[in-house]
Design a protein around this ligand. Structure first.
Ligand code: PMP
Length: 389
């Protein structure tokens, strides 16, 4: 049987981790894998998470099954953080815990496939490399369009408008709610409003991927586009990840929300989400969601978490500012948000940055700005100049 399989390409980011570890030059800089790093280069367990884990260790009384929806208190406590203080959540929102944002995207894709198998999913590129495969695996047609011009680091807004106008009622538009991966280029609020008008006019269904809330400009600001869209449209999906903003990566913590203004449809979506979860993973893993719930149930732990998240956000934006100060050519980096920027470079240039300068970034030119210290800015700029970027 397995002889029929074809080999798949190895994950290039994992190869990058290995190459970085094997490099014994003192000044090497790891801008590769997309995780937050602190000023000592580590990806620590947040203090709020440690406090919640201690609490759970002492107080959790059972690990019996919860059900395909997972921890619904976790799902509910996230709602005001994502959607704001709105009294009518219960009338138009339903959510389910998922294994990470990836699980939420996959479940949402399958829900779309179940409801409307002929729906097209519009995806601006470049995007997170797993987006297109996830929708493809759910047998949905993906239509890609160039959302950004990397050479000028500008949104191609006419191309966005043209793409949104090229699909029709019931088609789905994947949108990064904030901190675009891999470019760091988010729409302005004015552009979000224009996009929202088009979603409404063409009766398109936004699928908002919110994986970095709090790492751009803060929790409230990063949720603003999502809230503008949800106020205007009749139906939407939101894939949420707690893996970055709670530093829980390998615990796989996320949620899928569906918004619809029709109560019957809401109940149908809810039962289908549970049924799809059941055949995929039966139930999501509990520990990470229990941590987030414990934090959000405790005012003290919530304060601790918010302060730590803000510190992370400030550090990344400080690194952005350091690069922009070191080189006027990189001024755009300080206007971008989230962990990433995507420089326009060839694979060969990315390889030369590694080989000659010990600066590790993805072959695509994506750099993780949490991987550097402000003091590294000069070395990074000099290396980029030496390689003609
Ligand atoms: N969406 C985007 C844009 C991402 O960058 C990521 C993670 N890199 C995810 C979704 C998935 O997050 P998770 O690790 O929670 O599955």
């Amino acid at each position: 049987m397995f002889n029929e399989l074809n080999n798949r390409p190895a994950d290039s980011l994992l190869a990058l981790i290995k190459a970085f570890q094997a490099d014994n030059r003192a000044g090497k800089i790891d801008l590769g894998v997309g995780v937050y790093r602190d000023a000592t280069g580590r990806t620590p367990v947040m203090h709020a998470v440690k406090a919640a884990e201690r609490f759970l260790l002492e107080n959790q009384e059972s690990k019996k099954y919860l059900g395909p929806e997972g921890d619904l208190e976790f799902v509910r406590l996230l709602e005001p953080i994502i959607f704001g203080a709105s009294p009518d959540f219960a009338n138009r929102l339903v959510g389910i815990q998922t294994p990470g944002g990836s699980g939420a995207l996959r479940l949402g894709a399958e829900l779309i496939q179940t409801a409307n198998p002929s729906a097209t999913v519009l995806l601006g590129t470049p995007s997170w490399p797993n987006h297109a495969p996830i929708f493809g695996s759910a047998r949905l047609q993906v239509k890609e369009y160039a959302f950004v011009d990397l050479a000028s680091q500008q949104v191609k807004f006419e191309s966005v408008i043209a793409a949104l106008s090229s699909v029709g009622e019931g088609d789905v538009v994947l949108l990064h709610g904030c901190c675009h991966n891999p470019t760091g280029i988010d729409f302005t609020m004015e552009q979000w409003r224009e996009i929202t008008d088009l979603l409404v006019a063409h009766r398109l269904v936004p699928f908002i991927d919110l994986a970095y809330q709090g790492l751009g400009d803060g929790l409230e600001q990063d949720a603003a586009p999502t809230r503008v869209i949800l106020d205007a449209v009749d139906e939407a999906l939101i894939a949420y990840s707690c893996d970055k903003n709670f530093g829980l990566y390998r615990e796989r913590v996320g949620a899928l929300y569906v918004m619809t203004r029709n109560g019957d449809d809401l109940r149908k979506a809810e039962s289908n989400m549970a049924a799809l979860a059941r055949v995929n993973w039966s139930m999501p893993p509990d520990h990470g969601a229990a941590i987030v719930r414990t934090i959000l149930e405790s005012p003290e732990m919530t304060t601790m978490w918010r302060a730590e998240l803000e510190e992370m956000c400030l550090r990344v934006n400080g690194n952005r500012a350091a690069l922009a100060t070191a080189s006027a050519d990189l001024a755009f980096i300080s206007r971008q948000r989230g962990l990433f920027s995507n420089l326009s470079m060839s694979k060969e240039t990315a390889a030369a940055l590694r080989a000659r300068h010990g600066i590790y970034m993805a072959d695509s030119g994506r750099m993780n700005l949490a991987g550097m210290q402000p003091a590294d800015a000069g070395a990074i700029v000099a290396a980029l100049r030496a390689e003609g970027c």
